[in-house]
Design a protein around this ligand. Structure first.
Ligand SMILES: Cc1cc2nc3c(=O)[nH]c(=O)nc-3n(C[C@H](O)[C@H](O)[C@H](O)COP(=O)(O)OP(=O)(O)OC[C@H]3O[C@@H](n4cnc5c(N)ncnc54)[C@H](O)[C@@H]3O)c2cc1C
Length: 598
């Protein structure tokens, strides 16, 4: 049975000591989550994740969801009760404004707890996760009446939400979508079409399901310019605001899939279903992006979460499993063999995962704080800078953290040898679950294109220049510090590679867009390494300061940070050079063969 312990101490270190959480107490909601309250919330979230969500992870994987003959879907045993505890605990509305029934606390706190929940049970957490995305879209684009009608019940968790973009012939290229909307003449629409792969499309965990559906209003332009977003409830709402008659939307089937078996992935059929325009006509993509940006950060978090839980299980196994002797002589002479944690190659795997997870957590929380600043600060310049950061980091967090999440699930599985491949230890589930995060919410290749093709050049490169300045100034400020030298030297080298790659793109990407496309995935990972390296620089600096000024009984924790950070700089950071070398070769060879030659 896999284990999971929420890394609360590490989250608190990052938030309080590295990112200076208290500095943001002027922002709405932050004073209600003062550091002691923050600690209490994280502890409560950890308990729910460890004791309620996590024990159901294997159950969900083995049982999966079942579509019944009447089109209803039954979720795995215990899922509904666990979800009830989640919503009754107020977790759904943690960061939603109080006027809609939420607690108005920082999104940062929501993200911190979100990591624990997704690590404990990724499939289960997708039901509330999609609802939170739908809440975000209605909050930003809904009319006052729509907000009053839909939000309180969703925030309460009595109703859940979905996002319906994908159609059989149309995934990445939403301009191809065919679902249509015909005006009823009273402001509402008849929505028809088929959507596939809809997560949480049908289930038994809530009284109503609020589908957000992309469709084309009759006569609207072709392509993405003619797409609108609609609210389509499973049950129409009666005069008193409760679920009434059944709407013409149904689950045609659920997909048999590789992982996240506990989440129902549905084919949804809309047969003149009653729907309501959300946001402007033909402005659907923009409205959906509100939901998708939130969801992309959430998916990045899933990558980190699976990497963390897989790592924890690999560590436990490596301490327990005895095989062979240490290269430098027996470490457990009383036993017939040493625990495999003595072997350098096992250490390489564990350290790689650990070094990534801790920096990944810091990157997610740094981005989450920027989200709070972007939405809650009263200072225009501060808001703009934070919004720039969010836009730039969203594809990096989504693409890099999920690619690495899968890689690390495999790495942790490898620590188990053959015992990782069979189902008994649960390692195979982590591999299968982590895989989807690289695909949905925009496949990672598309995230890389978003970074290179859109985000880099936005506002004359303002966001990327601000990031370079942050990292460069950090290296400069610590230049004379001998203790920091091994860290800042490696980080500066990584930054130089990233700046060279950016310059290469400016010089070669415009003249031949295939060069930008060919460089994009390497560039995204190079960017991710520098961002993670910067997080390590800041964590190490904080740990050194703590050790110098009194570690308050946590000296081991800080010493461990110094070693893990050094491992990252020595063993992971050098990959920036390979990414730069690869991307600088351009697209010529990659594009040289005719399609027939493959
Ligand atoms: C389990 C699961 C859950 C899902 N949940 C939802 C959901 O809740 N709601 C929803 O709407 N959808 C959902 N999806 C759909 C998912 O978002 C899509 O599968 C994804 O966006 C990719 O679309 P596609 O599968 O049609 O692939 P395609 O768009 O056909 O892409 C195929 C490959 O080509 C690449 N590619 C495509 N265009 C380009 C380009 N211009 N440049 C470079 N590369 C390109 C892609 O990166 C990908 O690798 C889910 C899918 C799965 C499997």
């Amino acid at each position: 049975m896999p284990i999971f312990r929420a890394p609360v101490q590490d989250t608190l270190f990052v938030l309080n000591d590295v990112l200076g959480y208290e500095r943001y107490s002027n922002l709405a909601g932050f004073s209600d989550a003062s550091p002691d309250v923050l600690e209490a919330i994280l502890a409560e979230g950890a308990k729910l994740a460890e004791n309620v969500m996590h024990p159901l992870n294997r159950v969900g994987d083995m049982e999966g969801c079942v579509r019944n003959d009447d089109g209803s879907v039954t979720t795995p045993k215990g899922f509904k009760e666990a979800f009830d505890q989640y919503r009754e605990g107020g977790w759904m509305g943690l960061a939603v404004p109080a006027e809609f029934g939420g607690q108005g606390l920082p999104y940062t706190v929501h993200s911190a707890v979100g990591e624990y929940m997704s690590a404990a049970n990724m499939a289960l957490m997708m039901y509330p996760g999609l609802t939170q995305g739908a809440i975000a879209a209605v909050l930003v684009h809904g009319t006052d009446e729509q907000k009053a009608t839909w939000l309180p019940k969703m925030v309460e968790g009595a109703w859940t939400g979905t996002m319906n973009l994908t159609e059989p012939h149309c995934g990445t290229d939403l301009g191809l979508l065919r679902s249509k909307a015909v005006p009823n003449g009273d402001g509402s629409y008849k929505i028809s079409g088929q959507k596939i792969f809809i997560s949480a499309g049908e289930h038994d965990m809530s009284d109503n399901i609020i589908h957000l559906v992309l469709a084309r209003i009759e006569g609207a332009p072709e392509g993405v310019k003619g797409i609108s977003l609609f609210i389509v409830p499973k049950f129409n709402i009666d005069a008193s605001g409760n679920p009434g008659t059944r709407n013409a939307v149904s689950c045609g089937s659920i997909e048999e899939k590789m992982g996240i078996h506990g989440n129902s992935t549905c084919v949804m059929n809309y047969d003149e279903a009653h729907g309501f325009l959300l946001g402007e006509a033909n402005g659907g993509l923009k409205a959906m992006f509100t939901m998708m940006n939130e969801a992309r950060l959430g998916v990045g978090l899933q990558g980190l979460a699976v990497s963390e839980v897989a790592y924890q299980n690999a560590v436990a196994y490596a301490k327990d499993r005895i095989q062979g002797r240490s290269l430098t002589g027996p470490k457990a002479p009383d036993k017939k063999a040493d625990p495999i944690i003595v072997h350098p190659d096992i250490r390489r795997k564990l350290m790689t995962m650990k070094a990534f997870n801790e920096a990944g957590r810091a990157l997610v929380l740094w981005t989450a704080i920027n989200s709070d600043v972007a939405h809650r600060s009263e200072d225009d310049a501060e808001r703009r800078a934070a919004d720039d950061h969010m836009g730039l980091m969203t594809p990096v967090v989504k693409g890099v953290l999920t690619d690495k999440g899968f890689e690390h699930a495999v790495m942790a599985q490898q620590v188990f040898g053959g015992h990782g491949y069979i189902e008994e230890h649960g390692m195979s589930q982590f591999v299968r679950d982590a895989r989807i995060a690289m695909i949905y919410e925009g496949a990672n290749g598309v995230q890389a294109l978003d970074l290179v093709g859109r985000k880099l050049g936005l506002n004359g490169g303002r966001a990327v220049q601000a990031f370079f300045k942050d990292v460069g100034e950090f290296c400069e400020a610590n230049r004379g510090d001998e203790q920091m030298a091994p860290y800042t030297k490696a980080l500066k080298k990584g930054l130089n590679d990233l700046q060279a790659a950016t310059m290469w793109l400016v010089q070669n990407g415009m003249s031949n867009p295939d060069n930008a496309g060919a460089a994009s995935t390497d560039y995204m990972h190079l960017f991710g390494l520098v961002a993670l390296g910067y997080m390590w620089g800041r964590m190490v600096k904080t740990a050194q300061d703590k050790l110098a000024t009194g570690a308050n009984g946590s000296a081991d924790f800080y010493e461990t940070k110094l070693v893990t950070g050094l491992y990252f700089m020595e063993r992971v950071m050098p990959e920036t050079a390979a990414h730069l070398a690869r991307l600088s070769t351009g697209s010529a060879t990659m594009m040289a063969l005719a399609a027939e030659a493959f």
